[in-house]
Design a protein around this ligand. Structure first.
Ligand code: AMP
Length: 448
């Protein structure tokens, strides 16, 4: 058997591939990126891109030494003669905050809204919707602690899923308070679980020392049974006055904008640098335990990375999970369609000429050509199979007369067009049918 791709990775394939599903359809994948670009750039977010490998120290501090990601799931990058200290990024925030600090982005108008998309890497147990290389759309806002920024971030996430056509998405909103509130909560949890240490999983025994809040996040069934039995009070009961006012303000904005959400006291983010607002988006299509996306405020992160205090907040969607949710709702992304023009030579000596004609037509639209001469009958069949709108035939009459014999495959109408008028002929068609966006030379541009 030929070499296979690594477990937990996916290929994104062209339209028409056998056994295509939405989460492996490359055009659907791009559609999600384009939708995110449209929604986020209209809100003033600028596209950034950071390396997919970073210093191990950045990942450890940025994601947290007590997390499964850092303890069990890091892909380490080695190359000849290096110090072995690079990690394939497991998420986007740490790299973006590093970049903000390193490149002096503080000088840009604040709050600074940034977004990116790209591959992330975690050596997880592979399941549906849980991959080792997956892709995120990320949105981050730096430089403001205003609850309006939090509410806008949540609302933008909802805008992205709505723009994709998804309807079955639920927002679960919580707050994890300020550091002093979390200290009080951790003290409470330490006492509560401390009386039942023997029933905790090994991981949670460890968490009891380092970070009791993370016990609530445990994947162990035994831990979860204990949590249910003890009737643990939620973090929300421990919010101080300021964090409570902030949480209330976020909700007031969301209510004013008719963004629906459920308060979910179980949302916990145990790391030191998280502050206040935290939320997740859920969808039945990706399973109850897995989120479609999540976000939170991380005012302490820049300091954790060795920089000054820079308040920040951000969220990430998993693109594959968005596609699974879309598939579950029966949504699809139209295949990218065929060329406007397909140019075919009727004799081998004119193949080069056919190529030239197609290349000139590419100034106005998508145009392709046949690499070998064929008879008119198979030229029409081939053009139809490729989804072309027009087919142009080039035989000796056409070459001598400097014209093209063009057939519109939808209407069946045939016409003779002077070669030098081809682009205005195609341009007229695009204008009349209003299909310039579908056939025009799509030059993808970030933030376009
Ligand atoms: P996190 O950075 O863990 O908050 O994850 C943010 C989002 O990324 C999640 O809600 C998922 O949609 C997606 N995600 C995280 N881990 C994976 C994974 N292993 N496979 C696929 N998607 C993932």
């Amino acid at each position: 058997m030929a070499i296979q791709r690594p477990k937990g990775t996916q290929d994104h394939l062209p339209d028409g591939s056998p056994k295509l599903s939405l989460d492996t359809q490359a055009s659907a994948f791009q559609d999600v990126q384009d939708t995110a670009r449209r929604v986020l750039s209209r809100a003033g977010a600028q596209f950034v891109s950071t390396p997919i490998f970073e210093e191990a120290e950045l990942v450890k501090r940025g994601v947290g030494g007590s997390t499964d990601i850092v303890r069990k799931e890091m892909f380490t990058v080695y190359y000849f003669g290096d110090h072995g200290g690079f990690i394939l990024r497991p998420e986007g925030t740490a790299g973006i905050v590093r970049s903000y600090l390193q490149n002096g982005l503080k000088q840009l108008p604040s709050p600074l809204k940034l977004w990116t998309h790209g591959p992330m890497f975690r050596a997880e147990n592979v399941q549906k919707g849980r991959l080792r290389q997956f892709h995120q759309v990320d949105y981050e806002v730096l430089g403001s602690a205003d609850p309006l920024v939090d509410a806008e971030a949540i609302s933008l996430m909802v805008d992205v899923v709505s723009a994709l056509g998804l309807t079955g998405v639920r927002v679960k909103l919580g707050s994890i308070g300020d550091p002093a509130d979390r200290d009080a909560y951790n003290a409470y949890l330490r006492e509560l679980f401390g009386a039942h240490v023997e029933r905790l999983s090994d991981d949670s025994k460890d968490r009891l020392e380092r970070n009791p809040m993370r016990i609530l996040d445990s994947k162990s069934a035994g831990d979860q049974a204990l949590i249910a039995e003890l009737g643990v009070n939620p973090m929300l009961d421990f919010l101080g006055d300021e964090a409570r006012a902030h949480f209330q303000a976020v909700q007031t904005y969301l209510n004013a904008w008719n963004v629906t959400y459920d308060i979910d006291p179980s949302i916990v983010r145990g790391l030191d640098y998280y502050r206040r607002t935290a939320w997740e988006l859920h969808h039945e299509g990706v399973g109850a335990k897995s989120a479609l996306g999540g976000g939170g405020r991380y005012d302490g992160l820049a300091e954790q990375l060795g920089g000054p205090l820079v308040p920040g907040i951000g969220w990430a969607f998993g693109i594959e999970r968005l596609l699974l949710a879309m598939e579950a709702e029966g949504l699809d992304v139209p295949a990218s369609g065929g060329p406007l023009l397909y140019v075919v030579a009727l004799d081998d000596q004119f193949v080069g000429h056919a190529a030239t004609v197609a290349m000139v037509a590419r100034q106005v639209a998508r145009a392709e050509f046949a690499y070998r001469a064929v008879k008119p009958g198979s030229a029409f069949r081939d053009a139809g199979r490729r989804g072309a709108q027009f087919v142009a035939l080039i035989g000796s009459d056409e070459v001598q007369g400097n014209v093209l014999s063009i057939k519109n495959l939808t209407t069946g109408v045939q016409s003779t067009v002077p070669t030098r008028d081809l682009n205005s002929f195609l341009g007229d068609h695009l204008e009349q049918t209003g299909t310039a966006a579908a056939h025009g030379p799509a030059v993808p541009q970030e933030n376009a």
